[in-house]
Design a protein around this ligand. Structure first.
Ligand code: C5P
Length: 222
């Protein structure tokens, strides 16, 4: 079988990362979580007490950021100046600021260049918002993974229940909706469902059913 590039895009909380990870493992592909890269930049901005609203200030840290990724079959780790920040980028403060930072042109250029370089090995699955449209426009398989906002918020709520990141369902739904709103309406590479993407709506599918469906799409492509 030839090794292809798979692009997975879609709104927040659709399960892109967890599903892509399993698909990558099953196929022996490299998985790259591009959202983690935008989150890591956001973490660095907040860690350095910079103002996320100040585009110039945010963009000025890019040359010294030293953002690196360590994709393995188990997960996809992200480092800032050698520090593993993977466990620090799922907090609400990051959720609240990441879409603003992801709207800045120089931030996107910096990350897209890295994503494209990492994807060159072939046999890759990248998930994000602009993979099929900008990062890998020639990907052999493009999936737009979505679900109703209620289903997405509910899954997120179950995931964080009983953890340090626990939050009321209404707050999660609001946060998810705000992020979608910003990601779809920004000027620089907004979230879109490209013409050649296959829409997978997982509202009424289990995790396993969604994985199986995507694996079928891969089999049909290779
Ligand atoms: O995928 P995840 O929800 O972790 O992404 C966090 C945020 O990063 C998104 O809400 C979006 O603003 C930004 N992002 C992006 N382009 C990507 C991946 C993520 O703009 N390819």
């Amino acid at each position: 079988h030839k090794k292809i590039a798979i692009a997975v895009d879609g709104p927040a909380g659709a399960g892109k990362s967890s599903i892509s990870k399993v698909v990558a493992n099953t196929l022996g592909y490299l998985y790259i979580d591009t959202g983690a890269m935008y989150r890591a930049v956001t973490w660095a901005v907040l860690d350095q007490d910079l103002n996320p609203d100040d585009q110039g200030q945010v963009e000025s840290i890019l040359p010294s950021l030293e953002l690196t990724m360590e994709p393995s079959d188990a997960s996809c780790k992200v480092f800032i100046k050698g520090r593993d920040v993977t466990g620090l980028i799922r907090q609400q403060a990051i959720n609240d600021n990441v879409s603003k930072i992801a709207s800045y042109k120089a931030v996107r250029e910096y990350l897209v260049e890295r994503q494209q370089a990492m994807a060159q090995v072939g046999g890759v699955i990248l998930d994000g918002r602009d993979i099929g449209s900008v990062v890998l426009p020639d990907a052999e398989l493009k999936i737009y993974l979505t679900a109703s906002v209620e289903a997405r918020a509910k899954r997120r709520w179950l995931e964080v229940k009983g953890t340090d990141n626990e939050q009321p369902l209404v707050e999660i739904q609001e946060s998810v909706q705000n992020r979608d709103e910003m990601d779809k309406n920004r000027k620089e590479s907004p979230l879109v469902c490209v013409e050649d993407a296959i829409v997978v709506d997982s509202s009424n599918l289990t995790f396993e059913e969604t994985v199986a469906h995507i694996l079928t799409l891969v089999q049909e492509t290779i």
